[in-house]
Write a protein that binds this ligand. Structure first.
Ligand code: KPL
Length: 308
């Protein structure tokens, strides 16, 4: 199976290197030249606990070097998805299956809109990673990868991808209705990401402050109500689950913290922003999610992060 991973951020680099290590024929694609050149020279250097090791990965900024693939794993930031999809022709054939494991809502819809005739898988990842610099990531924690069919794929092709992920230590779990896990992950991101980014604190510190804990709980409850109104089959007790994840990942910095901290645009529109937008469509109020959205937007402007 020929694979391409589009987007070599922390998570794209993690999945790309784990899949390559198990022998997959894989290309990592990104527009960040310095990062790709470093990977071409030294592979991806991974720090994990006290260990540091390198995994050779084929990497390029030029999609035409890769040619059509069997599996295209989309790992660009949610706000880049639409633009990234416009320019994929060298990678796509009739048999290409898409897989999105990105954060937030709307990525799957964008893929269906543009490539609805192809097989599309979606899911979530609970692995944690940080991009340390060109060619270097830190794996903060190993988790699992939920996978399900969004459109057009057969159970055999889903099982084939799951098998590949199993061999690559990416701990796959197949889900019947993948919208459930996508929203479960969204509810966690809704409670943790914006607050940690605004306060510039690691995840666990949210639990130490009454006010922050209250905002976390309210943000998740609002989003849970929206999921119920949309009849998405989410798991029970999302507030408890979010607090548990904040505790277990206590020393980690959320992806939104990392984005804001490093002067990058955040995924707020696909997380709290999308919850607020969905809430409007079903007539529910989401004041905390809206406020978090406005504050992140203001912080983004204060830091003058360029939109793309
Ligand atoms: O998924 C995450 C993220 O940072 O985007 C959490 C679960 C909050 C872990 O940091």
């Amino acid at each position: 199976m020929k694979i391409a991973v589009l987007g070599a951020g922390a998570m794209g680099s993690l999945y790309g290197s784990f899949l390559s290590q198990s022998g997959a024929d894989l290309w990592l694609i990104d527009i960040w030249k310095e990062h790709i050149e470093e990977i071409q020279k030294k592979g991806i250097t991974i720090e994990e606990g006290e260990a540091s090791y390198s995994i050779p990965v084929k990497a390029t900024i030029d999609k035409s070097q890769v040619g059509p693939v069997d599996l295209l794993l989309i790992f660009v930031k949610s706000y880049q998805t639409k633009k990234a999809l416009e320019d994929l022709s060298p990678l796509i054939g009739e048999e290409t299956t898409f897989l999105t494991l990105q954060n937030g809502l709307g990525n799957d819809e964008a893929i269906v809109e543009r490539y609805g005739q192809n097989a599309i898988l979606a899911g979530t990842s609970s692995f944690g990673a940080t991009l340390l610099g060109p060619g270097r990531i830190r794996v903060a924690g190993r988790g699992e990868t939920t996978l399900g069919i969004l459109r057009g794929a057969t159970t055999e092709s889903l099982e084939k991808v799951a098998q590949l992920f199993r061999q690559s230590q990416l701990n796959p779990r197949i889900e019947e209705n993948v919208q459930g896990p996508i929203w479960d992950k969204l509810l966690v991101n809704v409670g943790i990401n914006a607050l940690t980014a605004l306060m510039q604190i690691p995840n666990g510190r949210l639990l130490d402050h009454k006010g922050l804990l209250y905002l976390l709980e309210q943000a998740v409850r609002e989003a849970e109500e929206v999921a119920k109104a949309l009849q998405v089959p989410t798991s029970p007790q999302p507030v408890e689950k979010t607090k548990k994840i904040a505790q277990v990942t206590g020393h980690n910095f959320s992806s939104m913290y990392q984005d804001l901290h490093n002067g990058r645009r955040t995924e707020i529109d696909a997380i709290n922003g999308k919850v607020a937008a969905c809430a409007k469509s079903v007539g529910l109020p989401t004041p905390v999610n809206e406020t978090l959205g406005l504050l992140i937007e203001a912080m983004t402007e204060v830091k003058q992060i360029k939109r793309n």
